[in-house]
Design a protein around this ligand. Structure first.
Ligand code: ZN
Length: 151
């Protein structure tokens, strides 16, 4: 009898809705956990009822947290999923748009509550890089020498 070859789905890509009233980052984490994704590129469009995002103070080495009451469009939100401290970690930046057509944004933080949102997720092959704290910037970055092709 021939043994069935076990194949692991890899490099999946899909579109999915994110749920009304939930937090953007938490919804991305939910999908990652449900799908068993550890390494991916993400893109989100939609709308939020309020936004929280960070601006990194390069001298103080800390994030300033900016919180704005919406409603806003999520004009663009892109990011990635790699590893930080042994677990999948989402890093995303978001550009929000207001009623007058103005735009602002930064490093996506919680809470940013979804009115409606759609995610495109592209799973990536290979072992994800692990973020480590970089002494020059204070940020958790991928080690120097990390390339897109890892296996
Ligand atoms: Zn960032």
């Amino acid at each position: 009898m021939q043994k069935a070859k076990k194949t692991k789905p890899s490099q999946r890509s899909f579109l999915a809705p994110l749920r009304f009233g939930h937090d953007l980052l938490e919804e991305v984490m939910r999908i990652i956990q449900e799908q068993g994704i550890q390494h991916a590129s993400i893109s989100i469009i939609g709308a939020v009822t309020g936004a929280t995002f960070g601006y990194y103070d390069q001298e103080a080495h800390e994030y300033l947290t900016i919180k704005r009451e919406g409603p806003f469009e999520v004009l663009s939100c892109t990011g990635n999923v790699t590893f930080k401290q042994g677990s999948p970690f989402v890093h995303a930046h978001a550009l929000f748009g207001d009623r007058s057509g103005g735009a602002f944004g930064g490093h996506l933080m919680s809470p940013s509550i979804i009115f409606a949102a759609e995610i495109y997720m592209q799973e990536l092959s290979g072992r994800p890089p692990e973020r480590i704290q970089d002494p020059a910037t204070g940020l958790y970055l991928w080690p120097q020498g990390t390339t897109a092709q890892r296996s």
